[in-house]
Design a binder for this molecule. Structure first.
Ligand SMILES: [Zn+2]
Length: 121
């Protein structure tokens, strides 16, 4: 299974596959050859729970080509529980700020052409 397929499989289970530098502990979301922080080449896979709280988001009402069928949606930033990590992803059905108060609990539920899929908990 390719790394991308692994990421998708884990996302369906609500988990986030990351790559942790074995030297300094910096966590990379995508495969890297060198640590962005210390330059080390050693990595280990770390699975994080894909749940957290909404830190901020942008509501998309004018979608890019191919995404019209998904509107309205929000491009959200999720602050993960038990981690310093923030990830961005796609949340459907968000039309106004009343639909999604900042701080709402949310979690990763999948990964597809839209990227990481996040839903309210
Ligand atoms: Zn490092």
């Amino acid at each position: 299974m390719s790394v991308e397929e692994q990421v998708k499989e884990y996302a369906k289970q609500g988990k986030l596959l990351t790559h942790k530098c074995t030297n300094c502990g910096f966590i990379h979301l995508s495969t890297a050859y060198y640590c962005r922080k210390c330059g080390s080449k050693g990595f280990e896979d770390v699975l994080l729970e894909g749940s957290g709280k909404i830190a901020t988001y942008t509501i998309i009402t004018v979608a890019p080509a191919g995404f019209e069928k998904y509107t309205p949606y929000a491009f959200v930033v999720l602050q993960l529980d038990n981690s310093d990590l923030k990830i961005s992803g796609f949340m459907e059905g968000i039309a106004t700020p009343n639909d999604l108060p900042v701080g709402s609990a949310a979690k990763i539920t999948g990964f597809d052409e839209r990227g990481i899929i996040i839903e309210k908990q």
